[in-house]
Design a protein around this ligand. Structure first.
Ligand code: AMP
Length: 415
């Protein structure tokens, strides 16, 4: 778990804000379930057979003896909150977005942390392929708004639950003939979750000869998949059908996707992913609710984008008011208050340091203007406004400080 110092914290806040802005353009509303839930929500919602629940979940008993967990992902909590809060009760759909920290006891490495942030969206109560396409497009537009132009979507369909059962049996038959060649993890998974063998890195060569998921699709599933593809083409989103992309849980249906970027190394390093989870609500004991959603990793997005578009990144205020000696301390604070009320970011430096030192550190923190107030300025209710770039300075009455500084900053910006 990392500390986010000002530059990193500002960049993450900017991603979260950008996500909310783009989601708002698609009509999505914010939702914020708690970070701590009953562990059972994730055991059921993510699945006891998954690495996330088996090996990575921060679960603990609270003082009341309840088994709780820090959320490892967002979908189960959003669905629970939406349905227990009465959304979708009248049969209408709900478009929701969220952001915040997630926790997984993952093996720490580049781009993989035990506390990380996700931004995500869920479209609940709608089961048409257009909902899947809308969700994929929204995630894609968020990635673009972050300044990443060359991501693409890896897309697959898991078919219906019955088709997946049929496919599972075929997979078991295929792998049964190769049991001795499989890695230990895959041997263990073969019985209860053979789909997961398809994305094993160690057994990739064998997986390339396995039967294809699409061979088990019904014509309805094929039509559904094609409808999603055609919607994505209309939206100008580059995508690729990836037969190996799976989500091995029973309540997933049809669409599964990931956003990939070439600078990240493939499946394990996607910018984000998602899919349709029509059976999830029932698994959680909620009224049946179709849904589709995505989650994007905030740190991953920031690894790929070079430009954080003016996130204030660790810089201090643009203006610093410096007192010449401690006697003018309260005058410096009062002037800062006055400038701030004109909507300008300003710090007061009423410390005991010498004026030279104050000006040097203002310059270092990339402030653009220093306002200097000494004994004679207090006596004449004026202050010296100094441009730290050009070093020009002039004396200005207190009443005119806000307007003068606003003008000066504006002139610099338009240069
Ligand atoms: P998932 O919920 O596993 O589909 O993850 C969605 C996205 O969250 C991934 O594509 C990553 O961008 C991000 N992510 C997942 N686990 C981690 C982690 N341990 N550290 C940082 N980002 C992560």
């Amino acid at each position: 778990m990392r500390d986010l110092l000002p530059e990193a914290a500002a960049a993450e806040a900017w991603v979260i804000e950008t996500h909310g802005r783009v989601a708002g353009l698609f009509g999505y509303l914010p939702i914020a379930p708690p970070i701590v839930e009953y562990a059972e929500l994730f055991e059921r919602g993510v699945g006891t057979g998954t690495d996330i629940v088996e090996k990575e979940m921060y679960a603990f008993d609270d003082r009341g003896g309840r088994r709780l967990a820090l959320r490892p992902e967002g979908t189960a909590g959003v669905l629970r909150a939406a349905r227990t809060g009465g959304l979708c009760d009248d049969g209408s759909a709900a478009r929701l977005f969220y952001s915040g920290p997630m926790f997984r006891y993952d093996r720490p490495q580049a781009g993989r942390y035990r506390q990380f942030s996700q931004v995500g969206a869920e479209y609940l109560g709608e089961t048409s392929p257009h909902a899947d396409a809308e969700i994929i497009e929204l995630g894609f537009q968020v990635i673009r708004a972050i300044g990443i132009e060359d991501a693409h979507v890896e897309l697959n369909s898991l078919g219906s639950a019955a088709e997946r059962q049929d496919y599972r049996n075929r997979l078991r038959e295929f792998y049964a003939a190769h049991v001795n060649e499989l890695c230990a993890d895959c041997q263990r998974r073969l019985d209860d979750n053979p789909l997961r063998l398809l994305d094993c890195k160690k057994d990739a060569e064998l997986a390339s000869h396995a039967p294809l998921l699409s061979s088990a699709w019904s014509s309805e599933s094929r039509d559904y998949f094609e409808a999603v593809c055609s919607s994505l083409s209309d939206a100008n989103i580059s995508f690729r059908h990836n037969e190996r992309l799976v989500r091995g849980l029973d309540y997933y249906a049809h669409t599964a996707f990931e956003y990939w970027h070439s600078s990240l190394g493939g499946a394990q390093n996607a910018l984000g992913g998602g899919g349709r989870y029509d059976g999830l609500a029932e698994v959680l004991g909620l009224p049946p609710t179709g849904g589709v959603g995505y989650a994007l990793g905030v740190e991953r997005l920031l690894m790929v984008t070079a430009d954080t578009h003016g996130a204030p990144g660790g810089r201090g205020a643009e203006v610093v008011v410096c007192s010449v000696s401690t006697a003018e301390g309260s005058a410096a604070l009062a002037l800062a208050r006055r400038i701030r009320s004109a909507g300008i970011a300003v710090e007061a430096d009423a410390s005991r340091r010498k004026l030279d030192g104050k000006l040097r550190s203002a310059h270092r923190h990339q402030a653009r203007i220093a306002v200097i107030v000494g004994e004679s300025e207090v006596a004449t209710t004026t202050a010296v406004v100094r441009n730290l770039g050009t070093r020009e300075q002039r004396t200005v009455p207190w009443d005119e400080l806000g307007a003068t500084i606003a003008h000066e900053l504006h002139q610099e910006k338009s240069l």
